[in-house]
Ligand binder design. Structure first.
Ligand code: SF4
Length: 534
């Protein structure tokens, strides 16, 4: 069994939905995280708290980048490499020394010391729960802020809140204050998602509804996974005229809808289904794979030679493409593998071979009149937002069954990789509006919020009075911050599954149920009957 630097073979991590026994991973991560990786990620988090404590208004662009990268590194299925996390810890320590040169070490400045994360994991259960919401949500927001940053946009409000929240993790604060900070994080994340939406749409155009094939054409190809549109753009530029086709995977699917990305003829289609199937789907694939963000699973020997990482993603033994973004090794690997000899007819999990994406808020609101008329005419009775992360646990077919059982006069808005449970289904349309509308990646929850607010304005009511129900699936930390955003907007009666987060204590859950009507999913039949009042 792996050990950490102090010789212990135990760890503590409960940040994702697949955590062991539904309580915490304590001897190894279900995701593949080792004891030493867990210790290093905790140390990195503790160093980020120290950096936040000494920052005192002196942060530079380099400081913000280190904080974003550090938080992003600790998201589930991002980093598996001890070397990469050690490097990130060193960068953080160097930044502390740069911002605080008069401080020569821990003896002279207690703030210089990294926070020992065990004080959080081993502390009072409710304080731990509220601080975990803050830390894990912060990790999620950092991922969104990072994507906006690489496209040239930052928001001082977002950066400053990261400092405030990191400092709070080490402070002795009462539950009420921590709860207020959790809600404030939700609000700040709304601004962060708006920033990313602006970065994406000003750089690549407003998404347009686009049909994406699941078939893979003959010839060399690269599969690009994760959320980073900039990496996709760079890869598309570098593969022009090289005879290599590009296929999206997982959360990269919505990239097909951006006009400036879809203009590249070699951007062909989508490979496979959601992230948790990658070990099976990549096993005998004659193409190269590039991971730009999560979700990377432990890489099997059968395809290890063809997987590449970039940005904060890392895995021992894989070639990492650094900030110079020279994708030559990926392209050469694709050419050497040669691709399929004939068209490979892959399908979604329900057997469909066309996925439609590109229903961002700009598109949906451009047909708002049609939507409103259909509601007033009784053609649309209900809207469901069925979205969030997919995952490996049994029970996630809830979302497939739920969507299949929704009334024929309802619209399903979706986003993030949870949609791979049903995005190959053809549920028809209502007056020309498709019944399933894919709004994009997880960060495009911003789109869903914009649409909900616009509908509430048209119908002169609050979002909670709309015939709209949110049925969310969660897996990792970006879903945590999106949930906080929805709660901070006062959105009630959200259904959450497939299981509740282990880091939500009974007291905090009771608060969320009483104040927001947060409801654990049960069965599609029972939940639909309750939602529709039958
Ligand atoms: Fe366990 Fe999830 Fe933490 Fe991995 S990220 S160690 S699966 S709780």
């Amino acid at each position: 069994m792996a050990e950490n630097s102090s010789g212990s073979n135990s760890m503590f991590c409960f940040q994702c939905e697949q955590t062991a026994r539904g309580t915490a991973c304590t001897t190894s991560g279900v995701c593949g995280k080792t004891v030493s990786q867990s210790e290093l990620q905790d140390r990195l988090t503790g160093e980020l708290v120290a950096l936040a404590r000494i920052e005192d208004g002196h942060a530079t662009e380099a400081t913000w980048k280190i904080i974003l990268e550090g938080l992003f590194t600790t998201i589930t299925n991002v980093s598996f490499s001890d070397e990469a996390v050690e490097l990130q810890i060193q960068k953080t320590r160097d930044e502390i020394a740069k911002l605080h040169p008069e401080c020569t070490g821990t003896a002279s400045c207690p703030n210089h010391e990294p926070l020992d994360m065990r004080t959080l994991w081993e502390g009072n259960e409710d304080i731990r729960s509220l601080k975990s919401l803050l830390l894990l949500g912060l990790r999620g927001m950092a991922a969104y802020a990072y994507h906006a940053y690489v496209l040239g946009l930052t928001d001082d409000k977002v950066n400053r809140f990261m400092i405030k929240a990191l400092v709070a993790l080490g402070d002795d604060l009462p539950a009420e204050e921590l709860l207020a900070l959790d809600m404030e994080l939700g609000q700040v994340n709304l601004a962060c998602m708006a920033l990313l939406d602006k970065a994406n749409t000003t750089t690549y155009g407003t998404p347009v509804p686009t049909k994406v094939s699941t078939f893979i054409e003959p010839g060399p190809f690269i599969v690009i996974s994760g959320h980073d549109l900039k990496d996709l753009e760079l890869l598309l530029k570098q593969t022009e005229g090289k005879g290599v086709q590009i296929y999206t995977h997982g959360e990269m699917l919505p990239a097909h809808a951006y006009p400036k990305l879809k203009a590249y003829p070699q951007l062909k289609g989508n490979f496979g289904t959601a992230w948790q199937s990658q070990q099976k789907e990549f096993a005998d694939m004659p193409g190269a794979v590039l991971f730009t963000t999560n979700c990377l699973m432990p890489v099997k020997d059968s395809y290890k030679d063809r997987v590449f990482t970039t940005e904060v993603v890392s895995y021992p033994g894989l070639v990492h493409i650094d900030d110079n973004k020279d994708f030559t090794p990926v392209i050469e690997k694709a050419l050497a593998l040669g691709g399929y000899k004939t068209t490979k007819e892959l399908t979604g999990i329900n057997g469909g071979n066309v996925l439609t994406t590109g229903f961002g808020w700009g598109t949906v609101l451009s047909v708002a009149d049609k939507v409103v008329d259909a509601v007033k005419a009784g053609q649309i009775s209900h809207f469901f937002l069925v979205g969030g992360c997919d995952g490996a646990r049994p029970g996630r077919n809830y979302y497939t069954d739920f969507v299949k059982q929704t009334p024929k006069d309802s619209i399903i808005l979706t986003l993030a990789c949870g949609k791979f449970r049903f995005n190959d289904l053809d549920l028809g349309d209502i007056g020309g509006l498709p019944r399933i509308m894919d709004m994009g990646q997880c960060n495009d929850a911003y789109s869903a919020i914009q649409v909900a607010i616009a509908l509430a304005n048209v119908f002169e009511c609050g979002v909670n009075e709309l015939p709209l129900t949110m049925v969310l699936s969660w897996y990792e930390q970006k879903a945590v911050v999106i949930l906080l955003t929805l709660l901070s907007l006062g959105i009630k009666n959200i259904y959450l599954g497939p299981t509740l987060p282990a880091f939500v204590s009974p007291f905090v859950l009771d608060y969320l149920v009483k104040n927001f009507g947060l409801t654990p999913t049960s069965t599609p039949e029972a939940d639909l009957a309750k939602i529709l009042g039958k």
